[in-house]
Design a protein. Sequence first.
Length: 212
Amino acid sequence: MTNWMISGEEMANCNCNFGCPCQFSVLPTDGTCEAAVVYDIESGHHGDVDLSGVKAASVYKWPGPIHEGNGEMQLIIDATASAAQKAALETIMTGGDTEEMATMWFVFGAMCPTKHETLTATISVELDRENRVGKATVDGVFEVEGQPLANVVSGEPHRVRFDLPNGFEFAQAEAAQGRTRTMGGALSLLKNTGTHAHFARLHLSGDGVVRA
């Protein structure tokens, strides 16, 4: 396997209630899973290919829980990426060069027998994990935004974190709420308004989450 590593920021929005049952190994809120995710890669490589500064995104859709499979997925790589960078990210983000079940990309790839053609688009990302605020545009494909959960009494920002000592996506994430609007691509997400979102620091390799 080709050695790889990615470090950067992630924002994800799915169609489940706040908290996302998947984080607790519980079935999804309405029985299905639909998600849009953006990645701002700060540093990384796949073999000799430098991935620093590349942005990417993905859209996923399952008719039931993720572990039951039969899903669809589509990757989008930023238009500024070189052909080598695009090929490297396609490999990593479909589970290639990765130990079995070691990353969310391996799991999602295995559970999505339908992999639509990877798109190239301009991707703009603004993420503030500490304050749970973010917005990203994947030109012609989707827009996603995240904001803090609100205290039910005061309306003030309510902070919740996930700690996953054995997780395959992140070690820790900030819970939020989000909205996705799809306008192109192969998959339409129609349920992702005022639903679960999270912000996470990613540090992944072919062996899984890199832990300090």
